[in-house]
Design a protein around this ligand. Structure first.
Ligand code: NDP
Length: 434
């Protein structure tokens, strides 16, 4: 806190981890030695750079680019690129820090990193997006590579942006390294099921939590925040498993339809036409649209899947969900619940799937994309989906086991944090003080 007093999101992420690790230090004091914690919270490297670009009116614009290479103990740095006006060092550091433990949990050999820019893609033309993205990559390419650091998408960075970044990387290095980015188009090295992976994985994780209690998605009402990559495929899988998704949102507002949201309309509006979610009610007049995105948590539901952004569920929203009878939460977004909200869920015995575990499916399939690129083969959708499902089941089991072993049965926040930490800490100890 002394070193970076204003980085509140980063402090929040660190606080959650450190509290979870108390039983580990009590049982195995060796993890308190060798400066493991001090080294873990200090990124190996942070790169900050100028991103100049020219808009459609010939005006020069300047944004700030970031890449944090947080921890490479178990593999090349891996983590998405976010384009959103709120991006700053604190947000990129919290995301990079969480990524260390998440990537470890997947069982894949990948370290933790994250990047992005305070560029706002909303309302920009294709040409502007391309010029910005090319400028971003013109600097970033110095620091990444298939064995060094492998970025992917995140908020504001989807297939289009990854395509432009890949094109510029290829142009800068002068040779074809498919494995330098993940989330690529299927025709040039992308993996089937990567687009679906985070949303599907979140639902697979919640399915495991429910199954342990003899429950399922069948007939349940589900509220999903956001309407981007993670949300759309969380909705799709929940519907496939027999649930009714009654609400989703964007940063302007939310739509509610008690008979169930029509996912085809949401997909077309968001993936093809890039429109606002308020347009939904023009085609479905029986649905309601409400301005503001926090009201979505006042809708009674059985399962809530926050899939938009950090801190979207605060203590009050959590209390409302509990009063309205929610039985399970699956965090599709990164750190969508505040620390106070998490306490409300845990104290009320709501099944709680924390982000590091529940949304790890995206990066897990990114790692499978890297594997396919290295082998120069591509697996079928069914093969990748089956591997994803197995990885999510393993993450759930490992988190449950760690929670039991360290005296917090049922607390998957503690379980996931400990399971993710141990592997990274052991690798750091094996490598000596570096
Ligand atoms: P997208 O850009 O595809 O979608 C983000 C959605 O969340 C949009 O509907 C967006 O609305 C909404 N949103 C973004 N910022 C805010 C905000 N400040 N307030 C309210 N709503 C907001 O991103 P993704 O779906 O890829 O990412 C969503 C979350 O999932 C993020 O937390 C991300 O870090 C996390 N995640 C993503 C993974 C992936 O594979 N993509 C992997 C693991 C985690 P609007 O269009 O109005 O901005």
């Amino acid at each position: 806190k002394k070193r970076d007093p204003h980085e509140k999101e980063f402090h929040q992420a660190v606080k959650e981890i450190l509290f979870s690790l108390v039983p580990v230090f009590a049982k195995h004091p060796k993890y308190m030695e060798g400066g493991i914690l001090e080294r873990l919270v200090e990124p190996e490297r942070i790169i900050t750079f100028r991103v100049p670009w020219v808009d459609d009116h010939g005006k020069v614009k300047v944004n700030r680019g970031f890449r944090v290479q947080f921890n490479g103990a178990i593999g090349p740095y891996k983590g998405g690129i976010r384009f959103h006006p709120s991006v700053n060092a604190s947000i990129i550091k919290f995301l990079g820090f969480e990524q260390i433990f998440k990537n470890s949990l997947t069982g894949q050999p990948i370290g933790g990193g994250k990047g992005g820019s305070d560029f706002d893609p909303k309302g920009k033309s294709d040409g502007e997006i391309m010029r910005f993205t090319q400028s971003f990559m013109t600097e970033l390419f110095n620091y990444i590579g298939p064995d060094t650091d492998v970025p992917a998408g995140d908020i504001g960075v989807g297939a289009r942006e990854i395509g432009y970044m890949f094109g510029q990387y290829k142009r800068m290095v002068g040779s074809y390294h498919a494995g330098v980015l993940t989330g690529k188009g299927i025709g040039y090295g992308g993996s089937l099921a990567r687009k679906e992976a985070t949303g599907y994985g979140t639902v697979y994780f919640v399915q495991e939590m429910l199954q342990d209690k003899g429950l399922s998605f069948e007939g349940k009402t589900v509220v999903v925040s956001g309407s981007g990559n993670v949300s759309i495929y969380a909705m799709k899988k929940a519907i496939q498993l027999g649930a009714k998704v009654i609400a989703c949102s964007d940063s302007n507002g939310y739509v509610y339809c008690k008979n169930g949201i029509n996912l085809h309309t949401v997909k077309r509006l968001k993936e093809v036409e890039r429109k606002r979610i308020r347009e939904y009610v023009k085609e479905h007049p029986h649905a309601e649209y409400h301005e503001g995105c926090t009201g979505i948590w006042a809708i009674p539901c059985d399962i809530a899947l926050p899939c938009a952004t950090q801190n979207e569920i605060d203590e009050n929203a959590a209390k409302l969900l509990v009063v309205n009878g929610v039985i399970a939460i699956g965090e599709g977004a990164n750190m969508p619940s505040t620390l106070e909200a998490i306490d409300v869920f845990l104290n009320n015995r709501v099944l709680f799937g924390p982000a590091k575990a529940a949304n790890a499916g995206g990066v897990a399939v990114s790692s499978l994309e890297m594997a396919q690129n290295s082998m120069r083969i591509s697996w079928s959708f069914e093969e990748v989906d089956a591997k994803l499902h197995q990885i999510m089941t393993n993450i759930y089991r490992n988190s449950v086991n760690a929670a039991n072993e360290y005296g917090h049965p049922g607390n998957l926040v503690v379980g996931a944090n400990i399971a993710g930490f141990l592997k990274v800490a052991d690798a750091m100890m094996a490598h000596g003080i570096v």
